[in-house]
Write a protein that binds this ligand. Structure first.
Ligand code: UDP
Length: 479
């Protein structure tokens, strides 16, 4: 076979969380739509969870079979992580990641070796791994694979992580939790207040497994050949251009809204969805606050109660997603029957929904969010202003972008404890107050920027095409 006929083959290994899985699947579809063969790898426990939720427990489901019927060459497989299937990875987050950092790399090493050895088509292989893994550089080096890193958070967070040493030299890692200072020395970041830093840079979290693993992850990320950023060039121009001084970055977001992708052919939702369409249909346009804290973070009963009674006092209509496990245990019903009865005319409490569909509904006028990056992008895509209540991880950075840079949202509170009266006041003034028009106008401007980015001549589309060319050139040069 001539060199030119050898097909490109991407091995994609995703992190087992909803906020990573969604962009990963979209990227797989995007690459395959451009003629690249993909082997998509799920961790076995995650595959079982998807099967339990959507396929009546059948475990031999090939999640990409429908996509293949449309002509996309995506092969699906699973691998095990170091824990038994029944181990509760969410409730035992620290133990899970301690072990993943230590014991997963040899497993993935062996697994990738087997995939490569089973290739009968003499393809040109490359690796696409989530940047938050600590092993991709080593595996890519071992097998001479081009190393593509998918970063599923903001470019702002990538800049901070990239310059971890600089933060340390300036005394901002670990960052004293009480310090309130502007940081102006990070290339690509004009200014960021210490309270908006990634949560695991703080003193109180600097010894946590996520802090240690993240530092390793950013170090190994420096050895990637290409970094794909799920953001939009026009929205984070400084951060992206600064990062381009160190390694090739391509802003190709928002991935889940790329044009013409058959996203509905692949099962990705980790919980089954309630349909709120009828309920929303009974409410006036712009009158409903959508409330959700994503797929992953935990909170406590006190926060939920202050929010609940804040929502009650605000008199605003709301849809509130309280997913099972949000308290870090198996509790299914966390709000009192008394509360549920008091809000039954104007509040809908559900376990999970199609978030984009909900945000797109004309009845929804605002999003009270934990500022997960996907939720932020989805709200922006739908032109919905946000009330930000970041809980941890990269969320303070997303809320800084939303509130200070793009001016399409407000903070629920400036740190500290939540009080129901303050929550009610904030929600009322957000949904009905004088600032809403300004927020809506800004949200509309951002929505247009995002839509343009994925159009034919838009920045994300052009960047993706450029990435494909650069990827192919690099792989062919390396083989
Ligand atoms: N999501 C959903 N249904 C819900 C709540 C969330 O489909 O009821 C999806 C949401 O659309 C987003 C993802 O879950 O794509 C959450 O990702 P994000 O980065 O916002 O937060 P994380 O879960 O990683 O904290």
């Amino acid at each position: 076979m001539g060199e030119r006929q050898r097909k490109l083959h991407g091995i994609m290994i995703c992190v087992p969380y909803q906020g990573h899985l969604n962009p990963f699947v979209d990227l797989a579809l995007k690459l395959a739509s451009n003629g690249i063969v993909i082997t998509f790898v799920h961790l076995e426990f995650l595959h079982r969870k998807l099967c339990q939720t959507h396929h009546a427990n059948k475990t031999d489901v090939d999640l990409f079979s429908e996509a293949r019927e449309l002509g996309l060459d995506i092969r699906f497989t699973t691998m095990t992580d170091p824990f038994p299937l029944e181990f509760d990875r969410d409730a035992n987050f620290n133990e899970y990641w301690e072990t993943m950092v230590r014991d997963f790399p040899p497993l993935v090493n062996e697994f990738v070796g087997k995939i490569l050895a089973s290739d009968r088509d003499n393809m040109l292989h490359f690796l696409v791994a989530d940047t938050v893994y600590t092993w991709p550089a080593a595996v890519a080096r071992k097998y001479n694979l081009v190393n593509v890193s998918l970063w599923t958070q903001s470019a702002l967070v990538y800049c901070l992580g990239y310059h971890w040493d600089l933060l340390q030299q300036n005394g901002h890692f670990p960052c004293n939790d009480e310090v309130d200072e502007e940081i102006k020395y990070i290339p690509g970041i004009e200014s960021i207040n210490t309270k908006d830093l990634i949560a695991y840079l703080r003193q109180s979290q600097c010894e946590s497994v996520i802090s240690r693993a993240s530092r390793l992850q950013f170090e190994q990320g420096k050895m990637a050949d290409f970094v794909l950023q799920n953001t939009v060039e026009e929205l984070e121009p400084r951060a992206l251009s600064a990062l381009n001084n160190y390694l090739p970055n391509y802003a190709i977001g928002p991935l889940n809204f790329s044009q013409d992708l058959p996203t509905n052919t692949v099962t990705t939702s980790l919980w089954s969805k309630s349909d709120c369409t009828n309920w929303l249909g009974s409410k006036p346009p712009g009158s409903v606050l959508y409330v959700s804290f994503g797929s992953f973070v935990h909170t406590n009963m006190q926060v939920l109660e202050e929010l609940a009674y804040g929502l009650l006092l605000s008199q605003v209509n709301f849809v509130w997603v309280i997913r099972q496990g949000i308290l870090g245990d198996g509790a299914t019903s966390v709000l009192s029957a008394e509360f549920q009865d008091a809000v039954k005319e104007r509040g809908l409490i559900i376990g999970w929904c199609d978030q984009v569909e909900t945000l797109s509904n004309p009845a929804v006028g605002g999003f009270l969010t934990h500022s997960g990056w996907n939720s932020t992008l989805e709200s922006m895509w739908c032109g919905v202003p946000m009330i930000c209540y970041p809980i941890g991880f990269d969320q303070p950075c997303s809320s800084k972008l939303v509130v200070s840079d793009w001016k399409i949202g407000v903070h629920l509170c400036e740190g500290g404890t939540l009080h129901r009266e303050n929550v009610a006041h904030k929600i009322q003034s957000f949904m009905n107050g004088g600032d809403l028009e300004r927020l809506k106008q800004n949200a509309e401007r951002v929505r247009k920027i995002m839509k343009n980015a994925v159009e034919t001549d838009g920045s994300s589309k052009t960047n993706f095409d450029r990435f494909l060319k650069d990827l192919e050139a690099k792989i062919r040069a390396q083989n």
